[in-house]
Design a protein around this ligand. Sequence first.
Ligand code: SAH
Ligand code: SF4
Ligand code: F3S
Length: 489
Amino acid sequence: MENIIQDIDILDRNSQEATETIETSKEENTGKKKKLYIESYGCQMNFADSEVVSSIMKDNGYDTTSDFETADVIFLNTCSIREKAELTVRRRLGQFNKVKKRNPDMTIGVLGCMAERLKEQLLEEEKIVDVVVGPDAYRDLPNLVQTAESGQKAVNTFLSREETYADISPVRLNSNGVSAFISIMRGCDNMCSFCVVPFTRGRERSRDPYSIVKEAEDLFDQGYKEVTLLGQNVDSYKWSEDENNKAWLEKKEKKGEEVQVVNFANLIEMVAKIAPDLRVRFSTSHPKDITDEVLHTMKRYDNICKCLHLPAQSGNSRVLDLMNRTYTREWYINRVDAVREILGQECAITSDMIAGFCSETEEEHQETLTLMDYVKYDFSYMFFYSERPGTLAAKKFEDDIPLEVKKRRLQEIINKQQATSLERNKLDLGKIQTVLIEGTSKRSEEQLQGRTTANKVVIFPKEGFKKGQYVNVLIEDCSTATLFGKVVS
Ligand code: SAH
Ligand code: SF4
Ligand code: F3S
């Protein structure tokens, strides 16, 4: 299996795109009769969903395993965001064909966004698949697996307006025991023209804040020191005790009627108050929705990390309009100025960028590079545009930028980002940073690895320190991706 994963990794590096992460389940033995192997693709939200899935399966007699050869059930929790993400999954299904020949009783399920996008069609195209389940139907998994075990194919791709899995305690799959992810909302109502997510994840809905706080408290009690709150657009988080329905809330607000709501600024404050040494992070902030109230709340709490993932996608207003991002270059710059004014230069800003969107000219591409010069992003995820069936862009615009041009523009964006990352990292030289230790460095047993509030990886000599501890590290050296130093107190 190692070889196969490495294979995928090499392919990703060659294709110039940021490497798509893949997570696989670890061995867990609590004496259950059956074994589940689960492999996850795509975003953190998908990884968090796999933890919910494992919890549901655990309650129905399954322990997770890291060995798919001996599993009773294999789940691939898939991503549809770019064509390549889907191709990777198809290739993986091809590899599982051999495993299933050796073990015909095994059930193979495709979960997540690709399941939602393709529905029954996936059963036709990939004969090896027994079960197809969309992101809102995971409670039905035990039934669907049972149906498959009786020899029938099973599909549930129902999208819900309410499901948030609020009551399910996720089984932490790939955790270092220090840092964990918490889903605070599901779906997306934004309809960016390039994006498949609104179709695969359905309508936006916010999870009960008290269940979020409880999950964070439980994690803290278990020794975790950092939680990352996840949503496609966390700034539009909104929850009311009266009725948790976004359309209903908006109607009331329009009429000027008073409704008690918990907004995102309130939520991060609630989580930050759990304990001063529980760090709080969140992702993704949408430039159209991020408020000064959120920035001021970040400033008030030392334990809310000074790091914002604020994807621009493009630096040109015409392209942003075609993308239906509903902000302009000027609006975006205004938001970045607000971050700098309220939180200062130390706050990291990171982005996602798309090169070669439909009809993008060279001049418009240059504006993405000049925006990057203005903002000085600490880090970015960078992609070239990949047309997704069914999206607004696929229906309305021609995917007319040749692949070589897309790749060249992407490379220019990557080069710019690498230079800027190094420049930003150099600002930390000679400074003392508080680092939360995540474990031993991947490069050396003698070194530890942790992160600063700005989410920068720091490597330093072990000297008897342990994961989960906070230490002050003097930063002495850096590369584009990493800071190096030594503990000073
Ligand atoms: N909700 C987040 C994005 C989630 S998808 C936001 O609004 O920022 C993660 C990233 O994938 C996007 O920010 C975008 O940069 C990229 N992406 C989405 N669809 C894409 C497509 N069709 N082609 C290339 N990149 C895409
Ligand atoms: Fe996709 Fe836009 Fe929603 Fe992000 S905000 S998930 S890019 S539709
Ligand atoms: Fe991919 Fe679905 Fe996440 S398309 S990026 S797994 S929401």
